[in-house]
Unconditional design. Structure first.
Ligand code: SF4
Length: 353
């Protein structure tokens, strides 16, 4: 991390990323505020709290307990149930080996990462690798990542397996949850590919097809689906590359801008205003600063979502949009198209009223 980014964080230690926070980086790739804060390792949940706009993030205790119970059931008896599900969808060798790299409780992360490297450096011995530990560099920080499992398919292809406790009901699952799981799995695929490349292996041996193991139809019976995460991988790579170059943005900020959590709410809010945000309703499920940014963006058309922002290009505020719709304001040259749309919508609304 550069000195400029360290300066922005002040005396507060950097917040460490994990697979969830890295996955969330893809939520709003166009937002400079988020890129700067993440690259500087600012603790966004604490910052949001300090300025009086806390968010509610994280899984409920009930969801965590259900998830842990489901995973324990799948992995009991040398992963008997998990093997059965994976055999069906990956043609995994059901009799293949099982390596649990996390069995030593007093282990350090570095030791577990070393064992993961050693296992992957050698010939593909195990069919299932449990508790592997991977790393990924995020804005100069080395982040440790723990996929649920790596499965080796026949012919040496590696697949990331994610275990989630949400349900697939009649073949359908909550699309927001599935896409969040897909991005998180893409983080592991990227970390695994980089590790294989470091070890001198072909990184494309790590498949872009990941396996999601969920519960089925309100029971705790498992069901597996294969997801292609190529799109998520390219967004993730773009966003990580952008974070790496964000130090130039940080260097261009005035010297007085600081996100040191020892500062008062007024100073922190003033500092935030120096870094451009791009609020969209999707932020509410992807970024800890969403409540503040929504408050800040109130009255802007962008706050109503991307479809509205795209349709009303050039019309920045709701007040302006209402005036154009009512015909009480003349559109500027770049607002003519949007104004015609707004007037047509207003006419239709009046006819229906
Ligand atoms: S909540 Fe704010 S900082 Fe976070 S991504 Fe959205 S606009 Fe950017």
């Amino acid at each position: 991390m550069t000195a400029g980014l360290d300066r922005l964080r002040g005396g507060t230690p950097p917040k460490r990323h994990n697979a969830r926070t890295i996955a969330a980086l893809t939520g709003n790739p166009g937002c400079t505020r988020r890129a700067v804060l993440d690259a500087a390792g600012v603790d966004k949940p604490k910052l949001a709290q300090r300025i009086g706009f806390p968010g509610s993030f994280g899984q409920s205790r009930f969801a965590l307990a259900r998830g842990n119970g489901f995973e324990a059931m799948l992995k009991a008896d040398d992963c008997a149930l998990l093997r059965k599900v994976l055999t069906e969808c990956l043609q995994l060798d059901a009799a293949g080996g099982y390596d649990d790299l996390g069995e030593d409780d007093d282990d350090t992360l570095t030791a577990r990462h070393r064992r993961t490297r050693e296992l992957l450096a050698g010939a593909a011995g195990a069919a299932l690798i449990d508790h592997p530990l991977l790393t990924l560099d995020v804005a100069g920080q080395r982040v440790f990542l723990e996929p649920d499992l790596i499965a080796l398919q026949i012919e040496g292809r590696l697949h990331v397996v994610e275990i989630k406790s949400f349900a697939i009901v009649d073949g359908q699952a909550d699309s927001a949850k599935v896409s969040a799981a897909a991005v998180q799995a893409a983080v592991y695929v990227l970390a695994l590919r980089r590790l294989l490349a470091e070890l001198g292996h072909d990184p494309t041996l790590v498949s872009h097809d990941v396996v999601l193991v969920c519960t089925e139809n309100f029971s705790l019976q498992p069901a597996a689906v294969v997801l292609d995460v190529r799109k998520q991988l390219s967004t993730l790579q773009r966003q990580l590359a952008r974070l790496a170059s964000v130090s130039e943005l940080a260097a261009a900020l005035p010297g007085s801008v600081s996100f040191d959590l020892a500062l008062g709410p007024a100073d922190l809010t003033a500092a935030l205003r120096h870094v451009e945000a791009r609020y969209a309703p999707e932020c509410l499920s992807a970024c800890e600063l969403a409540v503040y940014c929504r408050h800040e963006a109130a009255g802007s058309t962008a706050a109503l979502g991307r479809p509205v922002r795209d349709a009303l290009g050039g019309v920045d505020t709701v007040a302006e949009a209402l005036a154009l719709a009512a015909g009480t304001a003349e559109p500027a040259e770049d607002q003519v198209e949007a104004a015609a749309l707004l007037r047509a919508a207003a006419r239709l609304r009046a006819e229906l009223a």
